[in-house]
Ligand binder design. Structure first.
Ligand SMILES: Cc1cc2nc3c(=O)[nH]c(=O)nc-3n(C[C@H](O)[C@H](O)[C@H](O)COP(=O)(O)OP(=O)(O)OC[C@H]3O[C@@H](n4cnc5c(N)ncnc54)[C@H](O)[C@@H]3O)c2cc1C
Length: 345
């Protein structure tokens, strides 16, 4: 296990922003993840678990602790009847997992194609897109307890999954390193076609294959700058910078009155709650795609993605985010919540 010092973190993030880590280690096995955690504990050094860096904004001054880069690999497939369990090492590339699933005709994650990052990062904010959420197929999350030591298995019901949340980014934030995730997928299952654009594409056609749906999702994502494509400046981001706010139903008329238009909305997960697209709120507050004169701006293809146009600092992104948040609150009375994780602020 090689502990490096003053390691630049920007190259490990999709934003390409941030100062160095005081210490850094790439842990390629479960044993190394444990050893690195012990190293930090013995020295009383703060620890941060890094996956693919695709939901992360690192401060310009960096981080004064140990960055533990989870890089264990491997996918084991355990077939059983019309389902299979994919046991995936946390450091595995998420897109490879989706690729293996759709190529083997296993349904359940085809709409999550094109989301960057690692398999171990997916339960943390319960990633979701185009009508699917990873929590619906997670069977078990295996973690290393960074406080007490030892490996713990959490069943899906113990993970506290909700919209962009789990116990790992709420009450237990920073306590566990995910070392493996088990996904239960359906052999030859029907693809999820809940999203309107997907329904339109495949309307009237025979049932598309899982591979075709995953490909279409990637195509849509690419058109919005939400796919990592070398040389595309619109994807130098952390994806959506804000979550879609969930508001009480009785707040909707007030928002409509301020916006001068009925907001689009969806069920908010519980009775009496509605989810409003953050992109709509941001546009109604006066921000357009491509907004921003400096090095940090709004993507030219998606209002929700803040991007590094080249040479942006974390402080530039934070200033832009604050401007957007403040204006949306002032004009529409809705408080936006940030989605990416901050490190070193
Ligand atoms: C272009 C683009 C599009 C995106 N689209 C979507 C989308 O459609 N839907 C969506 O939900 N997200 C989306 N994201 C956000 C991001 O890709 C996901 O949240 C992803 O799952 C983050 O995984 P990661 O490995 O990169 O985590 P990181 O960014 O490295 O870390 C994020 C958080 O997870 C924690 N973490 C990561 N790995 C582990 C681990 N092994 N153990 C414990 N904690 C860990 C970190 O400590 C940190 O708190 C997008 C991002 C980009 C750049």
């Amino acid at each position: 296990m090689l502990i490096e010092e003053n390691k630049a973190l920007a190259p490990f993030t999709t934003f390409g922003i941030g100062g160095p880590a005081r210490w850094y280690v790439e842990a390629r096995t479960e044993q190394e993840i444990g050893d690195a955690a012990e190293w930090a504990q013995q020295r009383n050094v703060p620890l941060f678990v890094l996956g693919g860096g695709s939901n992360l904004l690192v401060a310009d001054a960096g981080f004064g602790g140990l960055v533990l880069h989870v890089a264990n690999r491997g996918i084991e497939i355990e077939p059983g009847g019309d389902e299979a369990v994919f046991r995936v090492a946390a450091g595995e590339d998420w897109n490879l997992v989706v690729q293996r699933a759709v190529a083997g005709n296993y349904a359940g994650i085809e709409c999550l194609a094109g989301i960057p990052g690692t398999a171990g990062g997916t339960p943390v904010q319960n990633v979701g897109a185009y009508g699917q959420e990873v929590s619906t197929v997670i069977e078990r999350v295996r973690v290393l307890d960074l406080c007490e030591g030892g490996i713990v298995d959490f069943g899906a019901g113990e993970c506290g999954f909700g919209y962009r949340k789990s116990r790992f980014n709420t009450e237990d934030r920073g306590r566990y390193a995910v070392v493996r995730v088990d996904f239960r997928l359906r052999q030859s299952g029907a693809p999820c076609l809940r999203y309107a654009d997907l329904q339109r594409t495949f309307a009237g056609a025979d049932r598309p294959t899982l591979m075709e749906v995953a490909e279409e999702v990637r195509r849509i994502r690419r058109s919005k700058g939400m796919l990592l494509v070398e040389g595309d400046p619109d994807c130098r981001s952390a994806g959506s910078f804000f979550k879609n706010p969930v508001v009480r139903e009785d707040a909707v008329p007030r928002i409509a009155a301020r916006a001068g238009e009925e907001p689009p909305r969806f069920p908010g997960g519980e009775a009496g709650l509605m989810k409003i697209p953050a992109a709509w709120l941001i546009e109604k507050a006066g921000f357009r795609k491509g907004y921003g004169k400096g090095v940090a701006g709004i993507s030219s293809r998606h209002t929700l993605a803040l991007i590094n146009r080249g040479g942006a600092k974390a402080r530039d992104v934070m200033a832009l985010a604050e401007e957007i948040r403040g204006t949306v609150e002032q004009r529409l009375g809705v408080l936006l919540e940030r989605e990416p994780v901050l490190l070193g602020f």
